[in-house]
Design a protein around this ligand. Structure first.
Ligand SMILES: *Cc1c(COP(=O)(O)O)cnc(C)c1O
Length: 358
């Protein structure tokens, strides 16, 4: 391959090169066992150690308080939508939801299966181009749910909504990208494939004290207490996804943790947004006050230039910047493992393209 590929994929996403090497090696032989990671028992002491290290790295990197459990489960964040409701919505209950994009809408739909949903803020009328700041959370809700980063539309909550109700967050596309205060949350869940590892596992961080409040008939797999009681091993865990996620968390720790990556992520976002704002050919989708540090959405002011621009970025080894069909245009996803150098390459292409059109 002559040109280095700059991978801006929105998910599954870029992972550190060293993680891919270590993970692929473990598929051939894990440790010195003479066996592959994916052909040993998940109850072997070797794999139990992997699960323990993955969970303890999460605790360390995010400063998770002692009364929280950390789980690696399956079903994607999509099953997390339902799991959230099953564990926090009592019979006849009610919850407040923020409708800030496609995934938020998905979470709302699942919660409606189990109780009343009060959509307290909604940015759908402007195609989810901002995070609503004007909202009131009713005093009678059992919990509040929001999506911290709207992967498709490129918007992000700068701070968690302020509430004294149990707060649940889908952090699939910005977990480990910046510092958070876990004690603000009753539950955080995040699919691995946006910022942590391959598809196949979902991280749950849950406050044990708040969890016990809800008692309703719940399928065994969806009841988080069952997973907590079995240390994330209620059934066969997704061993490869957990192992690879653990390697990524090790990589992040070595790099200096969440604080260090937050600085790098802010630098990447600053570079792309400066170009979107300064380049005469482009405009952003998300309102500047709501812009995501992870996913920058933008478009050509003149769509007829698309073919020519597409040829330029492809020639520069840039991959995965086509926007989601519901927004159009382009989306540069800048997850943790994407180097600043890749963002600089994209900025360069945008600049050269504008010069060529001048
Ligand atoms: C990708 C994504 C999802 C869906 O995740 P799956 O693991 O595919 O179910 C949910 N929420 C957000 C914020 C996402 O980015």
């Amino acid at each position: 391959m002559s040109v280095k590929i700059h991978n801006f994929s929105a998910g599954p996403c870029i992972l550190p090169q060293e993680v891919l090497q270590q993970a692929s090696q473990a598929v051939i032989e894990f440790g010195n066992m003479g066996l592959s990671l994916i052909e040993i028992s998940h109850r072997s002491k070797e794999f139990v150690a992997v699960m323990e290290e993955a969970r303890s790295l999460v605790k360390e990197l995010l400063n998770v308080p002692d009364n929280y459990s950390v789980l690696f489960l399956q079903g994607g964040a999509s099953l997390g939508f339902l799991t959230a409701a099953y564990n926090f919505m009592p019979e006849g209950g009610k919850a407040a939801y923020f409708n800030t994009g496609t995934w938020a809408k998905g979470a709302i739909a699942e919660a409606k299966l189990l109780g009343t949903v009060d959509v307290v803020a909604d940015s759908s009328s402007t195609n989810f181009d901002h995070i609503p700041t004007d909202y009131t959370i009713p005093s009678d809700v059992d919990y509040v749910h929001y999506t911290s980063n709207n992967t498709i539309f490129g918007t992000q909550f700068k701070n968690a909504p302020v509430t004294d109700k149990p707060l649940i967050c889908d952090m699939s596309s910005d977990i480990f990208s910046k510092r958070i205060n876990v004690s603000d949350y009753a539950m955080i869940y995040a699919g691995a494939q946006k910022n942590m590892g391959p598809a196949g596992t979902v991280l749950y961080i849950v406050n044990n004290d708040l969890l016990k409040r809800v008692d309703r008939v719940t399928p065994k797999y969806l009841k988080l207490e069952n997973h907590i009681a079995k240390d994330s091993m209620l059934n066969t865990p997704p061993v490869f996804a957990v192992y690879t996620s653990m390697l990524t968390l090790r990589w992040l720790k070595k790099l200096g943790g969440v604080e260090a990556i937050e600085k790098i992520n802010n630098a990447k976002a600053a570079a792309i947004y400066a170009e979107i704002d300064n380049n005469p050919l482009f405009e952003g989708h998300a309102r500047p006050d709501s812009r995501s540090v992870m996913n920058a959405t933008f478009r050509l002011k003149d769509e007829s230039l698309a073919e020519a621009f597409d040829a330029c970025w492809k020639a520069a080894g840039i991959s995965g910047i086509k926007g989601h069909r519901s927004v159009g245009g382009y989306r540069a996803s800048m997850y943790n493992a994407l180097p600043l150098e890749s963002v600089e390459a994209l900025v360069q292409v945008m600049r050269e393209f504008a010069a060529s059109q001048a």
